[in-house]
Design a protein around this ligand. Structure first.
Ligand code: AMP
Ligand code: MG
Length: 402
């Protein structure tokens, strides 16, 4: 058996290459950029007004006040979508709206509040600052500047920025393709079937399907096979036709006479990378590779399957989206002494209590059996304790988030 960190290193050495694709902006939300995006144009694109008011020459209005207003001849209007094209000469002004292009000749905006308009004339009632309320072309960024670095997540704000500079399509990391095969002759798949006394309801399929989707994976195939070598080989062959980056099998990976996943994987051409990790839950985890496909043989116990998914597969899905290959974690304080008296690394499930102004506190979930789904439903995260290791009350500990 290998250790948790050896398993993680082996997995890291065998990561599949992320694949990328072009996506239209309206279908890119939640994806991660596969390349830096440079500004194709400056922002603002043209010099414009920050206020509704009048566009003037500073030299005409520098001494204006309420008692000695500057009177300017109104020659026209520049509005959003309707610029004033001609030169505004000395002693002249135009009306201007927010965002409208500055006409040639002017350099300063006077807000409506500091003016009084009469027929064909505007009185300037306050001395402005030179150049006030003008937004200059390129003041936010110039053409060619980096707008978003590769691996940025595209949310509403990022998409708005891209749309603003006229980018309609971006290169992103494609959602990784994942196939799922649940094994077990004892399983009843589908809620409508009648349950015999010795049968078990399938919970891993719906769990893994949704766990993959929570990590932005694309489930391309999801099926169930009975514990039979030929049927398992056929299911693996079928799943491989979809060229998955990840093939998830649940169950059938221990040492029982009816566990066929390892043998079937070998027959389909997979090479074993590791089998069995000194950890609890999830000891029988199996990893194999064929080309750009990683096959994970997850233990059948639902909690074991989920913890293996969370600790090993979720980081792979993050990596395939261009993100860091690691588990998200926080530092928390132990609300009680928590110990591992066993012989394997223990992923102990804990609840996290947030307290305003202090470090979050954790407390261990009472029933931790690998067949007890409540242990992951009640938990917010888990800590990893080595054999014989304890965290004392108030000791700080890294908590991996579920
Ligand atoms: P296995 O790893 O195939 O030996 O399965 C270990 C335990 O997990 C057995 O008790 C199985 O009945 C149970 N199990 C396997 N697959 C599932 C599943 N899809 N849903 C719920 N329990 C399962
Ligand atoms: Mg089984």
């Amino acid at each position: 058996m290998i250790t948790v960190s050896e398993a993680f290193t082996l997995l890291q050495q065998n990561l599949p290459q992320p694949s990328t694709e072009e996506r239209r902006l309206i279908e890119a939300h939640g994806y991660y950029l596969a390349a830096d995006v440079l500004a194709p144009e400056p922002s603002p694109r043209f010099t414009n007004s920050a206020m509704d008011g009048y566009a003037v020459r500073w030299s005409d209005v520098l001494a204006a006040s309420k008692n000695h207003p500057a009177a300017l001849r109104l020659v026209g209007e520049s509005r959003a979508g309707g610029p004033y094209p001609d030169l505004v000469g000395p002693g002249e002004a135009t009306r201007i709206s927010t965002g409208a292009m500055l006409p040639p000749g002017v350099d300063t905006i006077i807000r409506v509040e500091d003016t009084s308009e009469t027929a064909e004339r505007v009185l300037i009632l306050a001395a402005p600052k030179p150049g006030q309320d003008v937004r200059h072309a390129g003041e936010e960024f110039e053409k060619g500047e980096k707008l978003l670095p590769a691996t940025s997540r595209l949310g509403s704000r990022q998409l708005a920025l891209l749309a603003a500079v006229g980018i309609n399509q971006v290169p992103v990391f494609a959602n990784p393709r994942v196939a799922i095969i649940g094994t077990g002759s004892e399983l009843i798949v589908g809620a409508e079937q009648e349950l015999k006394g010795h049968q078990i309801r399938d919970s891993n399929t719906i769990m893994l399907l949704n766990a993959v989707q929570e990590c932005d994976g694309e489930v391309i195939n999801c099926c169930h096979v009975v514990d039979d070598l030929a049927a398992t080989v056929a299911a693996l062959h079928q799943a491989m036709t979809g060229r998955p980056a990840i093939l998830l099998c649940s169950g059938g990976v221990s040492v029982g006479r009816h566990d066929h996943v390892k043998e079937a994987a070998a027959q389909v051409g997979f090479t074993e990378i590791f089998w069995r990790i000194r950890q609890k839950p999830g000891k029988p985890l199996f990893l194999a590779r064929q080309g750009d496909t990683l096959l994970f043989g997850l233990p059948g116990n639902p909690v074991s399957a989920f913890m293996c998914f969370t600790h090993y597969i979720r980081p792979v899905l993050a990596w395939l989206h261009g993100q860091i290959f690691t588990q998200p974690s926080i530092t928390a304080r132990a609300g009680e002494t928590i110990s591992n008296s066993g012989k394997r690394t223990n992923f102990m499930r804990v609840t996290i209590t947030q307290q305003p102004g202090s470090v979050p506190a954790i407390s261990s979930v009472a029933k931790q059996g690998s067949h007890m789904l409540t242990s992951i439903v009640l938990a917010d995260g888990y800590i990893s304790l080595e054999p014989g290791e304890s965290v004392e009350t108030d000791g700080l500990v890294e908590v991996f988030l579920l």
